[in-house]
Every structure is written in structure tokens, then in C-alpha cells.
Design a protein around this ligand. Structure first.
Ligand code: ADP
Ligand code: MG
Length: 257
């Protein structure tokens, strides 16, 4: 059965896109069939997977607004087992255009129904906001993965995030659960990073993955080459961490089934 997961945190710069790209590519490498949906108008997942947005005909915008089929919009990436529903800047306008449409919160869910059964996992890369696109992502998902940066104020906004999740659970009758919490940009040289991990574990308990993603410059460099970390530098600390995360993720999801 396909599991749809939103990579979700309304804060920007916490590692959503980096996690989406690198977790997906490791899972694809392990033989899982993956669809990545770039739901951020910035399109960093699209370019990070080596896709030139300029030459794209259709994007998620056309799926949400013009009801173009997922089958017609999704493209193959250069990575085996990994397909992408790309994003273009015009997606920013979709948020306003959708406001007046019927079923405005479940347009993404309907769109994905068209190609869902071909994949083991669908990962939705959310924009850094709690707007209508994020609501659509949550409404289309079985669970959320929440990257949290090891920084001051790490838990700031978390209650707002959980409120939004509860709104979707009740309002849209979707039994959304937390798939896991991922600590990102960990710096082992500072006490702060350790304190933040403690604090987040205190709040979320067992939902926090044991694998922590370190701050690693190779992870930041890879997208500018249109490559995931496994292709760019598979011996880096960042690569080791995302590979370990993919294994832990699979172990946990399989236990839940
Ligand atoms: P978000 O999608 O939540 O806005 P990104 O994944 O785009 O966050 O990450 C924000 C910035 O931090 C990007 O420039 C990215 O390359 C960088 N980055 C993300 N994770 C790491 C990491 N573990 N180590 C170093 N840089 C990182
Ligand atoms: Mg992003």
C-alpha cells in the first residue's frame, strides 16, 4: 500500500527540502518506488533533483488549478525508482486561485489519487507556511515527517504546527499521524545542539529518530550540482546520516504495518 508523507514544518531553512531529496534517493536506491511532490513554489526540490524548470511544460500548478492528471505531469528523474511532480514559481499564485474553488483543501489529495498505487511512498515537500498549499499537503497525507533544526527556538512554532495538524484531523477527517521527528544540522561541538536534542526528545519522546543529521557542507553543496548526496559524495558524514535515516525510517514504517 502507498504511504503518503508530508515533510512539514512552517519554519523555513530547517532542512525539509534537503531531507526530502536525500531520504527519497536513499529509499529509491534501496528499491522502493518513490514519488516526490514539490509543493513549494521555490522549487528547490525540483532543481535539487537535477530538473531544469525552464524546459518544463506542466507542473503541480496545472494539477491543482487545471486538473491536469498526475500521470501527465510527473516526470522521471535521472535516479532509478524516483519520479517527481515538479514545481514552478507560478505555484505561488495557486494559493490565491484555489481559495475560491470547491474542494479547495483536498485538490492535492484528488490529484494524487490518479497515480498513487504505483509507489511505495509519496513524499510532499511543503512550503514554509501554513497556507492552503500546506493544508492540501496535510489533507493528502497519511503522516508527517518534521525536520527540526538544532538551534535556539527549535520548538518555537511547534504548537502552531500541531494545531494545524489537529485542524486537518478533525476538519477534514484525516487520521494524520506523526511519522517521525528528524533533528537536522546537528553540531557535535556545541552544547546547544545537545540541549536542543534533549529538549525535543522531552517533547516528542520516541517519535524522534535516533539518527541525527549533522551539519555538513557537502549536503549544502550537492543541490547546486542538481545531485543528491549519494551521487555527490557518498562518503560524507551527511550521506552516512541520510542513509542511516532511510534504514531507520523503513524499519519503523514496516513495524507499524
Ligand atoms: P527548508 O526546505 O526547510 O527551507 P533546506 O533543506 O532548503 O530547508 O535547507 C536550508 C539551507 O540549509 C539550504 O541551503 C541547505 O542546503 C542547507 N542545509 C540543510 N541541511 C543541512 C545540513 N545538514 N548541513 C548543512 N547545510 C544544510
Ligand atoms: Mg524547502
Amino acid at each position: 500500500m502507498t504511504k503518503t508523507i508530508s515533510v512539514f514544518n512552517q519554519k523555513g531553512g530547517v532542512g525539509k527540502t534537503t531531507t526530502n531529496i536525500n531520504l527519497s534517493t536513499y529509499l529509491a536506491k534501496m528499491g522502493k518506488k518513490i514519488l516526490v511532490v514539490d509543493a513549494d513554489p521555490q522549487g528547490n526540490t525540483t532543481s535539487g533533483l537535477g530538473i531544469d524548470k525552464e524546459i518544463l511544460d506542466l507542473s503541480l500548478y496545472d494539477g491543482l488549478i487545471n486538473e491536469e492528471a498526475c500521470e501527465d505531469i510527473k516526470i522521471k528523474t535521472h535516479f532509478e525508482n524516483l519520479d517527481l511532480v515538479p514545481s514552478k514559481p507560478e505555484l505561488a499564485g495557486a494559493e490565491i486561485e484555489m481559495t475560491a474553488m470547491k474542494d479547495r483543501e483536498i485538490r492535492l489529495r484528488k490529484f494524487l489519487e490518479g497515480c498513487k498505487n504505483k509507489y511505495d511512498f509519496i513524499f510532499i515537500d511543503c512550503p514554509p507556511s501554513l497556507g492552503l498549499i500546506s493544508l492540501n499537503a496535510l489533507a493528502a497525507s497519511d503522516s508527517i515527517l518534521v525536520p527540526i533544526q538544532c538551534e535556539y527556538y527549535a520548538l518555537e512554532g511547534v504548537s502552531q504546527l500541531m494545531n494545524t495538524v489537529n485542524l486537518v484531523k478533525r476538519g477534514l477527517n484525516n487520521p494524520l499521524h506523526i511519522e517521525g521527528i528528524i533533528m537536522t544540522m546537528f553540531d557535535g561541538r556545541t552544547n546547544l545542539s545537545l540541549q536542543v536534542v534533549d529538549e525535543v526528545c522531552g517533547y516528542f519522546g520516541e517519535q524522534v529518530y535516533k539518527t541525527v543529521i549533522p551539519r555538513n557542507v557537502r549536503l549544502a553543496e550537492a543541490p547546486s550540482h542538481g545531485l543528491s548526496i549519494v551521487e555527490y559524495d557518498d562518503r560524507s558524514k551527511g550521506a552516512e546520516a541520510y542513509e542511516a535515516l532511510a534504514k531507520e525510517f523503513l524499519g519503523r514504517t514496516e513495524m507499524k504495518q
